[in-house]
Design a protein. Structure first.
Lengths: 405, 380
């Protein structure tokens, strides 16, 4: 275990930081928010040429053989700059789906095309009646010859208007929460029967409600094994949690720094307001929350890199998400409060960080959902240990345990 | 950056685990599991085992008997000691006075006191607080007046943990009353068998008798028992407090406390099921456990920074704040899990809750820690 950046990692961090400094002034960002795609295709091409899109993938897939640590470094820097490009949807979610679920040359080619910047991906899992429960799937995929026919609706699909291909969770058999019967499927945006309602999110990103109405998808588009896709879904969700946790760490560090600067410069009653103990103590609580967020993100990132037990990994990522949610609340709300009226202003930058960190709290499951998942997995692991089973054998169906809890 | 444990670190964990399994006396293990107070003999017996293995003072430089472990090894060691139900490390000698003697003492002091700490010949206690000097420690009034080769100490120290077990006390005393508050204080090592030293127990709200006051009446101490320079004791005192804070966070001990909470929850039932099956209660337990996990990584990061040359600084303040809040949260849940059983002193769980109120007060109250962070980290 080693907490210092290697020279390669330090180089990545420097180059992402430089990109943010050069391209994410508040005015530049506002122009991107108002643009057609809600981000810059030029930036995306730049990311591809710098190698950032493939950094965490194995070399035989066109990547650079890095680890979740590199993803963490990039996502954190993006969080500091409130970067809009769909790094998490395309690289972390879509890329993880293909890297772990890809079985054919076509799948590998798609991953390479994503890494090369030619194709954008996104992930569609949430439904009207599922809240955060990725195992509760009512979108149906019925076999018909060489095709699966998909019918259903997915919510909050990030950057679906720009993404070429969607990684979609569907049910190929079983009841709506059966662990068996979950399938992960590639659906192209432009296939017949795919319709979208696009919107700008409250934190200035893009998302869509996507409806699938009898969409015919070749069976060759199944990632992993038909009906056995739940562990892959869990892997994708966990990778997403790791990345947004790092992004949140970037958010909190800026919120803290800017708030402390404000406390030192803003004067009331003839003195800097940072001289007031009530405000100092609240700022200290922001610092503590920021440090805990960073620490739990290291823990979650370590768990993502360890393939020995899915249940242990999921438990660690649930812990990560819970702490990120708690830290994000403390830091975000305090930043607004300590800025006073200016914190409420759309023109001022602090509110934009607050909005982003608040939405991260919801992505991939809020604190209550992940406390539940953490408890259920803890019981499952404790049971497995006391039955003398090997640690790795405990991951047969974590979602089942979650569903029971 | 590599966030996984290496094979060597896994092997080290196994080594610590089997040491505890082989060496921890069953009667001590049973007392720990039942949350029964340990006797001085219990502590000393375990210290002898650790010392024989060379593991009593991991933080010391190797030449004085330290282990030379990495930060990660120390973290693994603490974690396994807690999870294995070993007695907590008594900090007063090994991690409080010894680092001061090593850093600021002379060779003679190092040669005399350090081996005695390793052999458990001395039990140390801490003479810092006074009735009129709590969070404002620098207002202390205990006097040490020079009389030839001796200091003559007069004054009263209070809130002294386990002074009843101790034969040695390190004392902050004013050697120059005309100097400004922080100046004019010296750091003096006092043999408690010296005439004029009186120990009086203070019963705490949980009925416990672990803290004391110590009265000094014309206690004559050789000048050679002063550590470092006369009137520069405040610097050494602050150095010690920064070392103390990491310890008072009790991170590893809180993992042990969580195990105890699980036992309490399992033993209490509501409507046919135990509190371990109560959704709301288990989620509250999980929330504390998660924060503790985050803190244990924060502590490792802080220690890693320290091992790369920085001495423990103001960041140890935030670890103290969060660690003690977690200790309190766990004992709160223990009391709540017990329901009406908590009314009976024999149940102990309300008493634990009462007792743990001390943690956010001692070693510099959590409010003082927030002031330190505001000033020294945030620059406010």
């Amino acid at each position: 275990m080693d907490f210092t950046l290697s020279s390669d990692q330090a180089m990545i961090k420097d180059s992402v930081d430089r990109f943010v400094a050069d391209n994410y002034e508040q005015r530049q960002r506002a122009e991107l928010v108002a643009s057609q795609d809600g981000f810059s295709r030029e930036h995306w091409a730049q990311f591809a040429s710098l190698g950032w899109l493939g950094i965490a993938f194995p070399e035989e897939r066109g990547g650079f053989g890095g680890s979740p640590v590199e993803t963490m470094i990039i996502a954190e820097a993006f969080g500091r700059g409130l970067v809009l490009e769909p790094f998490v949807p395309s690289v972390v979610l879509g890329g993880t789906a293909l890297a772990y679920g890809g079985t054919s040359k076509a799948h590998h080619d798609l991953l390479e095309a994503m890494i090369g910047g030619e194709k954008l991906l996104t992930f569609a899992y949430a439904e009207e009646r599922s809240r955060y429960d990725y195992g509760l799937i009512e979108t149906q995929a019925r076999a018909d010859g060489d095709d699966l026919v998909v019918t259903g609706k997915k919510l909050a699909v990030p950057f679906a208007a720009a993404a070429d291909t969607y990684v979609v969770t569907v049910r190929t058999s079983g009841g709506k929460r059966d662990p068996d019967g979950v399938t992960v499927l590639l659906v192209d945006r432009d296939m017949a029967g795919v319709t979208r309602t696009d919107y700008r999110t409250v934190d200035d990103r893009r998302a869509s409600t996507v409806t699938f109405d009898g969409v015919r998808v070749p069976k060759a588009n199944v990632l992993g094994e038909t009906g056995k896709g739940l562990p892959l879904v869990e892997r994708i969700i966990d990778a997403g949690i790791g990345a947004v946790a790092a992004e949140a760490v970037g958010n909190t560090s800026v919120l803290l720094r800017r708030t402390v600067e404000y406390l030192k410069t803003r004067k009331q009653f003839g003195v800097p307001i940072g001289s007031f103990q009530a405000l100092q103590h609240r700022a200290v609580d922001m610092l503590i929350a920021t440090e805990l967020a960073r620490s739990i993100t290291f823990y979650g990132t370590m768990a993502l890199a360890d393939d020995s037990s899915a249940a242990e990994r999921m438990k660690a990522l649930s812990a990560t998400k819970v702490q990120i949610a708690r830290s994000g609340r403390v830091v975000g709300e305090s930043a607004i409060q300590l800025h006073g009226g200016i914190g409420m202003s759309e023109e001022y930058v602090i509110g934009h960080y607050f909005k982003r960190i608040s939405m991260i709290e919801l992505e991939f499951g809020d604190s209550d959902f992940h406390l539940g998942r953490y408890v259920a997995l803890g019981k499952q692991l404790a049971g497995a240990h006391s039955n003398g089973e090997a640690r790795g054998a405990a991951h047969a169906s974590p979602a089942e345990a979650v569903a029971r809890a | 950056m590599d966030l996984a444990y290496s094979p060597e670190e896994h092997a080290f964990r196994e080594e610590v685990r089997s040491f505890i399994r082989a060496e921890l006396p069953p009667e001590i293990h049973a007392k720990m599991a039942a949350a029964v107070e340990l006797s001085k003999d219990d502590y000393v017996a375990w210290q002898h085992k650790l010392n024989k293995r060379g593991w009593l003072a991991p933080n010391w430089p190797v030449k004085y008997g330290g282990t030379g472990w990495t930060v990660v090894q120390k973290h693994i060691f603490d974690e396994e000691m807690a999870l294995g139900g070993a007695p907590r490390q008594m900090p007063f000698g090994v991690s409080m006075v010894a680092p001061v003697i090593i850093e600021f003492g002379n060779d003679e002091q190092r040669g005399y006191y350090l081996p005695r700490i390793l052999n458990s010949d001395d039990w140390w206690c801490q003479g810092y607080s006074e009735p009129e000097a709590g969070s404002d420690l620098a207002s202390l009034k205990t006097r040490a007046e020079r009389d030839g080769d001796h200091y003559v100490i007069n004054g009263q120290k209070t809130w002294i943990t386990l002074a009843q077990f101790a034969n040695m006390i390190f004392v902050l005393a004013r050697t120059d009353p005309s100097a400004k508050r922080q100046e004019g204080i010296s750091f003096i090592l006092v043999d408690m068998t010296t005439p004029g030293v009186t120990v009086r127990p203070i019963v705490t709200i949980d009925g416990g008798k672990e803290i004391n006051e110590v009265i000094f009446e014309n206690v004559r101490v050789p000048v050679s028992c002063r550590v470092g320079n006369e009137n520069e004791g405040w610097t050494y005192a602050k150095f010690l407090l920064e070392h103390e804070r990491n310890g008072t966070a009790g991170v590893a001990g809180s993992f042990q406390l969580l195990e105890r909470l699980r036992t309490v929850a399992r033993e209490h039932r509501f409507d046919g099921k135990t509190m371990l099956d109560d959704e709301t209660f288990t989620k509250r337990m999980a929330a504390v456990e998660i924060e503790l996990t985050a803190l244990s990584y924060a502590q490792m990061r802080s220690l890693a920074a320290e091992s790369s040359g920085k001495r423990p600084g103001p960041e140890s303040s935030f670890i103290k704040i969060t660690g003690t809040e977690i200790q309190q949260a766990i004992t709160t849940l223990m009391m709540e899990a017990s329901a009406y059983d908590a009314l009976d002193p024999a149940d102990h769980n309300a008493l634990w809750y009462f007792n743990m109120r001390k943690t956010s007060i001692y070693a510099g109250s959590n409010e003082i820690q927030r002031n330190i962070i505001a000033k020294r980290i945030l620059g406010l």
